[in-house]
Design a protein around this ligand. Sequence first.
Ligand code: FHN
Length: 695
Amino acid sequence: MSPINAPALGLATLSLVLSQATIASPDARSPANRALTAAEDHDARMGWWREARFGLFIHWGLYAIPAGEWGEGTDYAEWIMNSAHIPVEQYEPFVKQFNPVKFDADDWVRMAKDAGMKYIVITSKHHDGFCLFDSALTEYDVMSTPFARDILKELSEACERGGIRMCWYHSIMDWHHPDYLPRRGWESRSAEGADYDRYVEYLRGQVTELLTNYGDIGVMWFDGQWEGTWTHEYGQPLYDLCRQLQPEVIVNDRVDKGRKGHSGVVDDKYAGDFGTPEQHIPATGLPGVDWETCMTMNRHWGYNKNDDAWKSTEDLIRKLVDIASKNGNFLLNVGPKADGTFPEPCVTRLREIGKWMKVNGEAIYGTSASPFSELPFNGRCTVKGGDQTTTLYLHAFDWPSDGALDVHGIGNDCRRAYLLADREEDLPVMRRGTGVRIVVPPDAPDAICSVVALEITGRPVVYDAPQIVSASEVFVRPLSVELQTPSDELEIRYTLDGTDPNEGSALYDKPITLTDTTLIKARSFHNGRAVSEAAEATFSRVTPHPDVARPEGGLRPGLRCEVFEGDWNELPQFADLQPSTVETVRTIELPGGPAVEYVGRRFRGYLRVPRDDAYLFALTSDDGSRLFIDGVEVIDNDGLHGAEERRGVVPLAVGFHRIKVEYFNKTGGAELRLRFAPVGRELIDIPEQMLMQER
Ligand code: FHN
């Protein structure tokens, strides 16, 4: 098929809007005659991992024996020792019960491989301190169990046979080792004589065993780094040790202290080769860094016999596609049972994912992020290729009913298009507006995700529609709106009357000030020709919420803060609980000192607002939180997560407004911060003098 010609733009122009799709060569090595730079070394080590894109996480250990149950509790898993307050001496007897007679390493590797997974990360030691491998440094390991076989040795050999990379999860935090600090708040075990440096030597010794006795290891996946005792002064040397033992090994960001909660961004002042967002997919990936989302198939990492909240195969496949379209890896977890088998729902899902990967794996392996900021269909795009030619993999979650799959703003010549499910059959491709239209068959090749490959000349040249940027979509006072495009060689033309911009529309040259509700439409132009679709956004002028009547008794400085104790995975109904203490606070934040676990706080009072305006609030918390103004929820930042920020806007009249902040922390790090500002102004912590409570 002859290439479908790009719009009549000179070749020189095609280079002007290069996409963000950086297609990292899987083998970026420098000429043999010089040392690799740090970036080249990183690229070289990450090559197989970027190619792999999909791995199996395995959380297995003594906790599979209680399988989530202890006393009245049924919602535990790998944290059961800590969450159920099981003292070491009551937990250790599980060692004599651990006998996974049905464990078959080749079977596990086959299931992972058949699912299309390229690496396995297994818990060599989780927080409970029990080792699934034969360690010379402790008796608290699998060799002390009735099973008495080195599970990691068997698994690493099976991986070698199966062509899957073997990788180790290893917890820095250790609730068993007498030298690990801090002790759990609930336990009576004395910390007398505990020597943390001696524990670090033990930790380093076991890492040495893991990187010496089991062949080539792909990844060291550290965890449990968040407690104050672990510092950068320990983290960097541990990273260095891994690299000395196996120079090609990859180490995640949890070896050190640079991780930002579950959003997992690697801060380059700290050690770590990739970021590790957990249980969620960052909205735009983590641009500029390698990253991997790890996720459970149900709600627990370790086996819980009562947890039937399984994600569907459709959901898991679409998550894999979404992650790959953002340049990430997907580490999908299984918590095996105490007998050594995978729960049946996991087996089924792995098999079904594998069926999809068999047809469409090339649209995942070794691909890079989509060059499009958005797509005109419900789906994703992944990219593979280089200077001469690129394949855009268009993943359609919903199949077009009109037989047409459109791609907007593509500046390249298109060579051919075809279904991965039927590669021999070329699909008709035609230029249409600023992009191309691919004529597809009426029936979707796959009910979950059908992939159309579009081969183009050179690297992707994508003309994104302009970004319409403002501090808020609602406003009380005049609002400034900016129009942005990735290349200053493109012009932006816009309208304020809802019509589509054309070559005669207003040329954007400075921020637009709105004084009334307006629909803005904007389009990219080059040499007088429209090269993108039109972006649009509506900005609404709103009436501020009136101030509320003050209580008869009047107001006084500060907020009422109730403190609750409990073990939650999400915000409880505080109104149904009795607070353990009630105090007056002057700001909405946590008290100083070490993070307090298993705690909830409810702040209530009045916010004095200086003038009519739309106010932007930013609420950061670890774990969950919510903000209410005048009884209306403005921000929902609930859930178990690291320090994450959510924002919301509310129009308020001058005067007093009721404010309520709810917060909880389960375990690990803790954070709470509320900032605010009139939209368009710099966010600040709410000044004390603006917070009042009933006398
Ligand atoms: O506390 C662990 C948890 O048990 C699990 O291992 C996850 C998996 O990444 N990591 C920690 C929580 O972030």
